[in-house]
Design a protein around this ligand. Structure first.
Ligand SMILES: CC(C)(COP(=O)(O)OP(=O)(O)OC[C@H]1O[C@@H](n2cnc3c(N)ncnc32)[C@H](O)[C@@H]1OP(=O)(O)O)[C@@H](O)C(=O)NCCC(=O)NCCS
Length: 126
């Protein structure tokens, strides 16, 4: 059964401004080393940071919680398989909550244009 659905849309110009203003201070607090490497490989890295930020927020929405409610955004990592398909890898409090709620599968889809990045997360429970 479906436990929850979350969606989020990020304005890439806003992400670009934040990355430019705060640099590593912001990036290292929110994104994993692998995410930073992935985004850094692309000419327009803010688009990919935006998509990952949207994925993290979508996950919280699917859980029905918000930011500052125990789960750190850095506990939620987007990883891409060899075909580019993204999925979420969890650690810390995010992993604990998923286990407690008996969520058995997490679905993630990302899309982006020059201006916007978007993510959808579906949480499944047996
Ligand atoms: C999936 C695909 C249709 C998306 O194309 P698109 O419309 O140009 O791109 P969108 O902006 O809508 O989506 C981009 C996101 O799709 C996701 N994506 C990429 N490949 C995917 C796949 N095989 N399955 C599901 N999602 C995929 C990624 O999350 C990507 O964002 P990210 O790079 O920031 O993680 C296209 O990438 C495709 O056909 N991929 C096939 C596999 C492939 O060619 N891989 C090349 C690397 S080996």
């Amino acid at each position: 059964m479906i436990y929850g659905v979350g969606i989020d849309l990020v304005e890439n110009s806003r992400m670009e401004r934040i990355v430019k203003k705060w640099g590593p201070k912001f990036i290292n607090r929110i994104f994993s080393i692998k995410e930073i490497q992935y985004c850094g490989k692309h000419a327009h890295s803010a688009i990919h940071y935006g998509a990952r930020f949207a994925a993290k927020e979508s996950f919280l929405k699917a859980l029905g919680i918000g930011m500052g409610m125990g789960v750190k955004l850095s506990d939620i990592e987007v990883v891409n398989d060899e075909n580019g398909k993204p999925s979420l890898k969890l650690c810390g409090e995010a992993k604990i909550i998923i286990k407690k709620a008996k969520i058995s599968k997490i679905h993630l889809s990302l899309t982006h244009t020059k201006n916007y990045s978007m993510a959808v997360v579906v949480l499944e429970k047996k």
